[in-house]
Ligand binder design. Structure first.
Ligand code: LRH
Length: 479
């Protein structure tokens, strides 16, 4: 994404897009990190062509929790393992035997997800690769290292390792020591707005950019950047950052760490400008993406808009599943797993593709509602509206259902919130714009058109109907 920002100006242009295709070798699911880096270089080449080679900055964000290991000479040791790989199966139980879940939560405030970095590192314990590793770099930090030759650990992404104390915004040496994790693997912490070095001469030569080009630290966890890109006014809002995942919650000045919060499986991820994202990770549009992939493989693919129209016409809330259920994390045959979850909870299985899509979207809307209500209850923050940002903005049925389920107005846009959040933080560091998150969001509001879905209930659903549906999907509380 090529961005332009200044007083009254905030624009993004997509100059290059490339696929991100995980690769399984043997039993292990990997990220194809060199293909991704290649895509980044192609993107920089396209940006150079569009700007006469001049860029004021580069900011990098990506999904969280995953990392690459480097050896003593700074070479990558193998492809990073994908968080959807099942190497962490059973690891949480082993960890809990050493550090009870309540203590781990009190120290880190992170929701239990089987793939949190801490579980991945424990799963990797004893492997030759980890033994040879001298440095661990989170994915955006790895890309930044290759671009600049300088290593650091960006704090918003570091907070998803479950090795950071959200009160001190620093590593938790106690957690690391008790789990036998060597924190010196991670280079020093850095924060959004810091400098991360400049592009290496080789990168300038390969991309046609003219140096020096600074790499600027942004909220390198994509969700941190996406929440900067929520165009909210004031603080009485909840957000749902939708894409492969739905991240639904509120923005707070400090973490909420009690046992009630742990049992509700709420997370305290660190945000830009000292904020905390108090949210729940919900499986998100991954459920739909995987259904589409299965149907395509069976030669039954349909255009998404037609499928969404058919889903809109299908009966509401016929069957719902728990969209936070770890049973849906791994790839493969999602329609079958959804049907099984419906049958397991005594509900009719979806009969058609449209019914399956309706089940997925009703379930996501229900999960959004539960997360928003739990966030309000547990944090005490009052909320007058819900902002939906990210790819789900392009799914009007999901946005409408979320308005109906929450009973709150839903403001949608931008779809590229993470890229806008990334751009805004860079622009501020470069002096092109000034102010706090409120000022950055005001710039977004004044330069973009937003859409509002009122909670009128076009499906004819009532609050009671959503309550009744919630009682059917068998959501297990806590870890
Ligand atoms: C969204 C996201 C989310 C994480 C998951 C691994 O892209 O970063 O916030 O939990 O990926």
């Amino acid at each position: 994404m090529l961005g332009r920002a200044g007083p009254g100006v905030l624009e993004l242009t997509e100059v290059h897009r490339f696929p991100n295709r995980p690769v399984r070798t043997g039993a292990t699911l990997h990220w194809d990190i060199l293909a991704l880096y290649c895509g980044v270089l192609d993107g920089l080449r396209a940006a150079a062509a569009a700007t006469d080679g001049r860029l004021a900055g580069i900011g990098i964000d990506s999904w969280a929790v995953d990392y690459g290991l480097l050896d003593a000479s700074g070479e990558l040791l193998g492809n990073p393992v994908h968080y959807r790989d099942d190497r962490t199966k059973g690891v949480a139980e082993r960890v809990a035997a050493v550090l009870p879940a309540g203590e781990l939560y009190a120290a880190t405030g992170l929701q239990y997800l089987p793939f949190n970095t801490v579980y991945q590192l424990v799963a990797a314990d004893g492997t030759p690769q980890l033994a040879a590793a001298r440095q661990a770099l989170m994915i955006p930090d790895l890309i930044s290292y290759w671009l600049t030759g300088r290593a650091g650990t960006e704090i918003t992404n570091a907070s998803t390792t479950q090795l950071v104390d959200p009160r001190t915004r620093d590593w938790s040496p106690t957690v690391a020591r008790r789990l036998g994790i060597d924190l010196s693997l991670f280079p020093p912490l850095r924060a959004p707005g810091d400098g991360a070095g400049t592009l290496r001469p080789e990168v300038l030569a390969e991309t046609g950019l003219t140096g020096p080009v600074p790499v600027i630290v942004v909220g390198s966890h994509d969700t941190a950047s996406a929440v900067v890109g929520v165009p909210a006014d004031g603080d009485d809002f909840a957000y749902v950052a939708t894409g492969t995942w739905s991240l639904a919650g509120v923005e707070l000045p400090a973490p909420v760490l009690g046992e009630a919060s742990r049992r509700a499986n709420f997370t305290n991820e660190l945000g830009v400008d000292g904020t905390v994202r108090y949210l729940r990770n919900i499986m998100g549009l991954w459920l739909l993406q995987e259904c589409l992939r299965s149907w395509e493989a069976q030669g039954r693919s349909q255009a998404l808009p037609a499928l969404l129209d058919a889903a809109a016409a299908a009966a509401p809330l016929r069957s719902v599943v728990d969209a936070s259920d770890p049973a849906f994390i791994a790839p493969g045959d999602m329609p079958r797993r959804i049907a099984e979850a419906c049958l397991r909870t005594g509900q009719p299985e979806p009969r058609t593709e449209a019914e399956t899509v309706r089940c997925v979207l009703d379930s996501l809307a229900l999960a959004h509602r539960q997360a928003v209500e739990d966030a309000v209850r547990l944090s005490g923050r009052s909320v007058s509206r819900v902002h939906i940002v990210g790819g789900g903005v392009r799914n009007p049925l999901l946005c409408r259902l979320t308005a109906e389920a929450t009973g709150l107005p839903v403001v949608t846009g931008p779809a590229e919130a993470a890229a806008f959040g990334n751009l805004l933080v860079q622009a501020r560091a470069a002096g092109a714009v000034t102010g706090g998150l409120g000022d950055l969001r005001a710039l977004l509001r004044t330069t973009h058109e937003l859409r509002v879905h009122e909670p009128r209930g076009a499906s004819g659903t009532t609050r009671e109907a959503w309550d009744e549906a919630a009682s059917r999907c068998g959501r297990a509380e806590g870890a």
